[in-house]
Design a protein around this ligand. Structure first.
Ligand code: FAQ
Length: 311
């Protein structure tokens, strides 16, 4: 078969909801798109441990500390499943990690903001994990088998993360006046960056239309953002705090919330390396990589020795 016939057969498979597996033929652009998206996702999980780890030593009690530790460890696990899924696309982990460390690969905008108070840990679980789930539930049905299977497990854990965050918010909102103010301040700071997590609006999204044709993405950026807003507004009412958007209003005709303009200049700045914490996050990752060198070398030497013994 020539390339065109192979592509037609590939698209038919995708349309028939048959998963694409690592050894199947696939267009090179499909492979490259997956490597880009899955590795960006993996890097986000790994860098995403940093803002929360800032509060592990200062969690208000043992129960909160245990839950936060478990959550941060889960994020590390998610990163590892995702790197493994990306490696099935003929790229090795070292190359992927180098792309993060030299700044050629992106990671989620959201992890470039500081965690200033304990309420930020509540807001991250509630809003950041809440937004992540919205996007990841659809990825359970993505067309590439290894990515889809990794997402099933990740989603189960993310749902615990979202609940632990919301529970922190409920506790703060039912606490003292100062605690409720802390919760409000965290919502005010995390709201807009959380909406940006879904990516540029559909008209500006470069990859969406091809990714949706290949069923890598199953819903558009704007659709998921809108769905997230609808669900979150109800949860915010229950907390008794206010979303920082004067234009947020229920639209009876559309049966959804209208909302204010997102600051896309801020988004572009953050994803091109100029957000409040980009330099700090990359410094932490580079130091961790450097400090872990001896572990990688020891593991490789041990693997080599076992191989020689087996021969
Ligand atoms: N941040 O054409 P599109 C988590 C880039 S996991 C930075 O719309 P696409 C768990 C995009 O890469 C959070 N960059 O792109 C957790 C592209 O640039 P490129 C991560 C962004 O791929 C919780 C350009 O803009 N989740 O939070 C962002 O079709 C708590 C044009 O955009 C995933 O990665 C952004 N937000 O759609 C961990 C899910 N948005 O590559 C710790 C998988 C867009 O051409 C604690 N990824 N860009 O240079 C996806 O679903 C998609 O990649 C989207 C973007 C929806 C993120």
């Amino acid at each position: 078969m020539n390339e065109i016939q192979l592509e037609e057969q590939f698209q038919q498979k995708v349309d028939a909801e048959i998963k694409i597996e690592p050894k199947d033929w696939m267009p090179d652009k499909y492979r490259q798109t997956l490597i880009r998206q899955i590795s960006q996702h993996a890097h986000s999980e790994i860098v995403g441990m940093l803002p929360e780890s800032n509060w592990i030593t200062r969690a208000p009690n043992l129960r909160r500390k245990v839950a936060l530790l478990a959550k941060v460890q889960d994020e590390a696990g998610h990163g590892l499943y995702l790197y493994s899924a990306a490696e099935t696309l003929q790229i090795d982990r070292q190359t992927l990690v180098e792309q993060l460390l030299d700044g050629t690969a992106k990671y989620s905008n959201i992890f470039n903001y500081p965690t200033l108070t304990w309420a930020d840990i509540g807001a991250i679980g509630w809003l950041v994990d809440g937004a992540a789930i919205m996007n990841q539930v659809m990825l359970q049905r993505t067309s590439y088998g290894p990515y889809s299977r990794a997402m099933v497990r990740i989603c189960k854990e993310e749902s615990f993360h979202q609940r632990q965050g919301y529970e922190i918010m409920i506790t703060l909102c039912n606490g003292t006046v100062e605690q409720k103010e802390m919760a409000q301040d965290a919502l005010t700071r995390w709201w807009w960056p959380s909406l940006m997590m879904f990516g540029p609006s559909d008209k500006d999204s470069v990859h969406s239309s091809q990714s949706m044709k290949w069923k890598i993405k199953r819903e558009s950026n704007d659709f998921l953002r809108q769905d997230f807003i609808t669900r979150t507004v109800e949860q915010t009412k229950h907390l008794g705090i206010t979303i920082p958007d004067p234009n947020l209003k229920w639209n009876e005709q559309k049966q959804e919330y209208d909302f204010g303009e997102i600051d896309w200049e801020e988004f572009k700045n953050v994803i091109s390396g100029n957000g409040p914490c980009n330099a700090e996050r990359m410094k932490a990752r580079r130091e961790a990589h450097e400090n872990g060198k001896w572990v990688r070398e020891a593991a490789m030497a041990y693997a080599e020795k076992r191989k020689q013994k087996a021969v």
